[in-house]
Design a protein around this ligand. Structure first.
Ligand code: NAP
Length: 300
């Protein structure tokens, strides 16, 4: 842990609730290894109406930047002075860089997903078919990132089909050659998942004990990569049925580490120093194991 001095710079995470966030563990381990005199702290804000006060604090205090998690990724975008095109199109910021008192918004979730698929499964999206489960902020970042990687087609399968259709309509002008589709639940959704080379769960379904899988096991098969953005539990029901079906399962920890690493690299500016992904993953794995061994692991 960094020794905090009068010169220590701040980073952190805002969202609600934050009490279970392990991002401080992951980030502070990275700063120690990188020799950065930074400290990463939780910045819990209970009411969305208090976010402007947080934005003002970021401008005047010695912050390099913050991460933003649920449910404030869209609200914080509105409070940034400048927003990178990717985050603007995705409609969500998960990273804010403070540059001379100005808040510059980014979204590193898409890059995090793409990097974790390459690292965890050797998966390259170019020319491949993808089915994304969910149509929220994480799904938007995934669709956009996979389109920028030249996926052949991305289908957005969502509980509320209207929301999937709206997402596809909004992102289509930015999808270059990638075909975006919003299949209806039922036969269309089944066909999209069965024919996908990559299936990504971008919903919270699978986090709670007893959660079912969003897609029937028989829609999955060998030759597919099935990724879950959820990292706790490490093996979600979706990943368990995917493995049983012969698919290559990728958990959400790699994405979490990669999106955090890219945030650090943004805050660290022109230094070209890569964030230590292995150290970050090891710190997270240790913290998750400690939490699972704790007195009441089901509670969070
Ligand atoms: P969000 O904006 O709230 O979107 C949630 C999506 O999940 C919506 O499409 C919603 O469908 C769907 N959904 C929720 N409950 C459902 C249910 N019971 N059955 C079917 N669909 C359901 O959330 P988000 O920010 O996109 O995040 C989604 C997930 O990704 C979260 O679990 C988050 O923790 C995870 N995530 C992980 C990382 C990482 O680094 N590993 C990064 C970002 C996000 P409706 O439209 O029908 O409501």
């Amino acid at each position: 842990m960094t020794t905090i001095s009068g010169r220590t710079l701040l980073a952190g995470i805002t969202g609600a609730p934050l009490s279970h966030s392990l991002s401080p563990v992951m980030h502070n381990a990275a700063y120690a290894e990188m020799g950065l005199d930074w400290v990463y702290v939780p910045l819990g804000v209970e009411r969305v109406g208090d976010l402007p006060a947080l934005a003002e604090a970021l401008r005047v205090l010695p912050f390099v930047g913050i991460n933003v998690t649920m449910p404030y990724k869209a609200a914080m975008l509105e409070l940034c002075d400048e927003v990178a095109t990717f985050a603007d199109v995705a409609g969500a910021v998960n990273t804010i860089h403070v540059v001379e008192g100005r808040l510059v918004g980014y979204n590193t979730d898409g890059r995090g997903l793409v990097d974790s698929l390459a690292e965890g499964a050797g998966f390259q999206a170019a020319g491949r078919r993808v089915a994304i489960l969910g149509a929220g902020g994480a799904a938007a970042a995934a669709v956009l990132a996979l389109a920028l990687e030249d996926a052949a087609a991305v289908s957005v399968v969502n509980r509320t089909p209207q929301r999937a259709a709206e997402l596809v309509e909004r992102l289509a002008p930015h999808a270059r050659g990638t075909v975006l589709e919003a299949p209806e639940p039922g036969a269309q959704a089944e066909s999209a998942v069965r024919s996908a080379d990559l299936v990504v769960n971008a919903t919270p379904v699978g986090m709670r004990p007893g959660d079912a899988t969003l897609v029937p096991a028989e829609w999955l098969h060998g030759g597919q990569v099935v990724a879950d953005m959820i990292y706790r539990p490490a093996i979600t029901p979706l990943l368990a049925v995917a493995t049983a079906a012969g698919a290559h399962a990728v958990g959400g920890l790699g994405m979490l580490v990669a999106q955090g690493a890219v945030s650090i690299e943004i805050w660290n500016g022109d230094s070209q120093q890569a964030a230590p992904r292995e150290t970050m993953r090891a710190a997270m794995s240790r913290a998750l194991a400690e939490r699972d061994a704790g007195p009441d692991p089901a509670r969070d």
